[in-house]
Design a binder for this molecule. Structure first.
Ligand SMILES: Nc1ncnc2c1ncn2[C@@H]1O[C@H](COP(=O)(O)OP(=O)(O)OP(=O)(O)O)[C@@H](O)[C@H]1O
Ligand SMILES: [Mg+2]
Length: 318
């Protein structure tokens, strides 16, 4: 859906609040608006189930700019607003996730880099997201860009993030602090040691797939890497889930990507599709997620729906 349709949507929203005579099936746009409003009222009523154990999910795709960070922060914010306790780990030296969640990530502050390289306790680097309750952030600074090289010669180099997380969750439990329901890891756009650390630490993987040309290029390499890590370091990891992002209903290309992913990975693709929406790209410049920046926009509704789908996802054994 385009920025234009988003604008029209809010106009219609106003109309709907002031008249009872609008025939919602009269035009395609009105039908779309009715569907968005239905979605909104449905999502207001849902509650996210509390997982039995902390679910650790890595959001990954070595392709750049496909919506990894946007997905991480908005799923995290949706789950936190739904009352879950959330930790977001920014594992990308760009620190975009830290920016979008409004936490400090200047190079001088202690960050996930110190945890990975110097074994600094995660507790020492955590910052609460200023706008959203129940949401903590382990920020990334630019220092993390050197860690790929530094990790190479370190002992147990693929397991360092897993160990940091385990030590921290044990610490919280010993201190009587609330357990995290979800830990989301925002990966960098590469398949280097940082990403391998995320794959080793995560029980689950979420792959955002941009509904654009070349979307599936590189996907088999990504899946091979995930399988390799699973077979050697993380046997209990679940099969990766996929989420279509930046979908533009006006283009055949977007529909082709959705159809391709459904055809090849029918059991791994979320039903929710994230539309191309200008508000989603504006929110980070206000150091916010779309969930606080514009909670009723189509982008926010889509991410709330995706969060609900993830929180209730039933991994089938076959
Ligand atoms: N659904 C969307 N509609 C419009 N813009 C979007 C959408 N999702 C993300 N964007 C914008 O696209 C750009 C890339 O998104 P994002 O940073 O989430 O991707 P990424 O995969 O994390 O990138 P990188 O590989 O650099 O880490 C950002 O400017 C973001 O605001
Ligand atoms: Mg990113």
């Amino acid at each position: 859906m385009s920025a234009d349709s988003e604008k029209d949507y809010s106009d219609f929203d106003k109309i709907l609040n002031h008249t009872t005579e609008l025939d919602l099936s009269s035009t395609p746009l009105a039908t779309q608006v009715a569907s968005e409003l239905n979605k909104k009222s449905r999502l207001e009523k849902v509650s996210h189930p509390t997982p039995e154990n902390t679910r650790i999910i890595a959001i990954t795709n070595q392709k750049g700019g496909v919506g990894k960070t946007t997905t991480t922060v908005n799923i995290a914010a949706s789950l936190a607003q739904g009352g879950k306790n959330i930790l977001v780990i920014d594992l990308d030296p760009q620190g975009n996730c830290s920016t979008a969640l409004g936490v400090n990530h200047e190079s001088s502050i202690p960050s996930i880099y110190e945890c990975l390289i110097n074994s600094t306790p995660v507790n020492d680097i955590i910052q609460p997201c200023p706008d959203i309750k129940n949401l903590d952030v382990a920020p990334a600074t630019i220092n993390l860009s050197g860690s790929e090289l530094e990790l190479v010669s370190m002992v147990s180099r693929e397991n360092r993030l897993k160990k940091c997380i385990k030590n921290y969750t044990d610490f919280r439990s010993n201190q009587g602090l609330p357990r995290y329901d979800f830990i989301l890891i925002d990966c960098p756009p590469s398949l280097g040691l940082l990403t391998i650390n995320a794959f080793t630490a995560a029980d689950e993987i979420l792959i955002p797939i941009q509904a654009q040309y070349y979307a599936l290029e590189g996907l088999s390499q990504l899946l091979n890497t995930i399988n390799l890590v699973k077979s050697q370091l993380n046997e209990t990891q679940k099969p990766p889930l996929m989420l279509i992002t930046m979908y533009d209903s006006r283009t055949n290309l977007s529909n082709d990507v959705v159809n391709d992913v459904h055809e090849h990975f029918p059991k791994q693709i979320l039903n929710t599709i994230i539309p191309q929406a200008v508000r989603l790209s504006e929110a980070p410049s206000h150091a916010q997620t779309i969930i606080t920046y514009e909670p009723d926009s189509i982008g926010a509704l889509a991410y709330k729906e995706a969060a609900y789908e993830i929180s209730t996802w039933n991994y089938r054994e076959d």
